[in-house]
Design a protein around this ligand. Structure first.
Ligand code: UGA
Length: 434
């Protein structure tokens, strides 16, 4: 099939490359000229496990990139909208300017029938709005469906080829047939719903997972007070199939470009509709507060040290990605800096992340230093904190650390705390006292 993908971010690029790998002909469009030039020159623009190989295999064969949305529309039968819907800075509702701009441009480029699919995460009713925008500009026929994305960053390639389910919002039989055909090589587990249900399924799924994480984080707080161990508790809870063992890993709070944005967006939709989504509101509040609590775990260790040095392992919002958007790691670092400023004290912070340092530099590059590897980062540090669960960090050989003080604050619970203690470290983690 000929598919046009609008947007080449963490959703658009894996989707385009994935469909290309399945033998479709893909044309991806992005407004950023340098990005398109880089992609057409065969250089991938984001890190995602396994994506680069598939990209290299398909570039300039099954997939090309353009800045012309018109070309993208004209050369495709299916158009997938995968542009961002960032939160509004004040109301936190999803900002729809990129979606509506894409709709306007698609309308001006339509010369024959197209199937248009919205893959971006959008408020309920967006399909109706986009349909209206296009209809106002053109008489050319088209169908508009909702096709939400459920890829996880870091696992996008795996999730693309092995989805739990495909959700498609349309009542149109012709569209259903096209989507069945498109997904045939990877899934026959397609749930067709009406367009609004499909739009809400995406928000409700992300909000549910956020609540689950918030819940296990609160249980971890309780574990610390009552002498229980969060790993054992989460294991025990997760063995109940009704609850499930996924998304029960306590940590520094959920981050990334999806959960914080989507919980706020669904809460906004509920308030607008005078519906009480108190669980979502509690997760948002609890997750925001968690940054301060996590920062305090670190500060406690160095508050009384003169000119302390904090070593940080991990900057991405989770392992397996270079993405630092809404990363708890970045927020915790900023909070530590803020607290030391309030104490009128200096703190030196030095960070290492295997993939996320270029992105982190644009966010906190003026406030912290960066190291070349996970051992040099800890040299002469008063405390070492782990903020992202990279698998490399699990292999950390503690005997190679040349720290000034042997303090570890492991906010991802990835080290063996007992071994760390045996080696003379003061070891703090989440949801258990070792
Ligand atoms: C999430 C959803 O999992 C995807 O299904 C969805 O497609 C995507 O949002 C999206 O809306 O596009 P993603 O943001 O890539 O995917 O990352 P997750 O793996 O879901 O993790 C989100 C955050 O929760 C991370 O900060 C992670 O560290 C945290 N988390 C996750 C926990 O603290 N504990 C867990 O047990 C799981």
């Amino acid at each position: 099939m000929k598919i046009g993908v609008i947007g080449t971010g963490y959703v658009g690029l894996p989707t385009g490359v994935g469909f290309a790998e399945l033998g479709n002909s893909i044309i991806c469009c992005d407004k950023m000229i340098e990005k398109v030039e880089q992609l057409n020159a065969g250089k991938i623009t984001l890190y995602e496990e396994g994506l680069e190989e598939l990209f290299n295999k398909n570039i300039n064969k099954n997939i090309v990139f353009t800045t012309s949305l018109e070309k993208c529309v004209k050369e495709s039968d299916i158009i997938i909208i995968a542009v961002g819907t960032p939160p509004h800075p004040i109301t936190k509702e999803a900002d729809m300017k990129y979606i509506f701009a894409a709709a306007e441009e698609i309308a001006s480029s339509l010369t024959e029938y197209k199937l248009i699919a919205i893959k971006s995460t959008v408020p309920v009713g967006t399909g109706d709005q986009v349909e209206a925008i296009i209809k106002e500009k053109t008489n050319v026929s088209f169908d508009l469906i909702s096709l939400p994305e459920f890829l996880r960053e870091g696992f996008a390639v795996r999730d693309f080829f092995h989805p739990d389910r495909v959700i498609c919002g349309t009542n149109n039989e012709k569209c259903k047939e096209v989507i069945r055909e498109l997904y045939k090589p990877i899934s026959d587990n397609i749930l067709f719903t009406n367009r609004r249900s499909s739009e809400l399924i995406k928000y409700a799924s992300n909000a549910f997972l956020s609540i689950k994480i918030h819940y296990i984080n609160e249980i971890a707080n309780l574990c610390e007070e009552v002498g229980a161990d969060i790993s054992e508790v989460a294991n025990g809870i997760g063995m109940d199939k009704r609850i499930g063992d996924k998304f029960l890993v306590a940590g520094p709070g959920y981050g990334g470009s999806c959960f914080p944005k989507d919980t706020n967006a669904i809460a906004y939709i509920a308030r607008e509709n005078k519906i009480d989504l108190s669980l979502v509101e509690a997760a948002i509040k609890g997750n925001n507060n968690r940054v301060k609590d996590m920062a305090q775990k670190i500060i406690k260790k160095i508050k009384n040290v003169k000119d302390p040095t904090l070593a940080v392992l991990g900057l991405a919002f989770k392992g397996g990605t270079d993405d630092c958007r809404q990363s708890p790691a970045i927020d915790i670092i900023q909070e530590v800096i803020h607290c030391f400023e309030n104490f009128n004290k200096k703190i030196n912070i030095i960070c290492y992340d295997p993939k996320a340092m270029p992105q982190a530099k644009t966010l906190i590059g003026d406030k912290v230093k960066f190291a070349d590897d996970m051992y040099s980062v800890a040299e002469n540090a008063d405390v070492l904190t782990i903020l992202t669960e990279w698998s490399d960090f699990k292999e950390l050989d503690l005997s190679k650390l040349k720290m000034k003080q042997k303090n570890i604050v492991d906010l991802r619970n990835i080290l063996d705390g007992k071994k760390a203690k045996e080696k003379g470290f003061d070891y703090t983690c989440i949801g258990k006292i070792i």
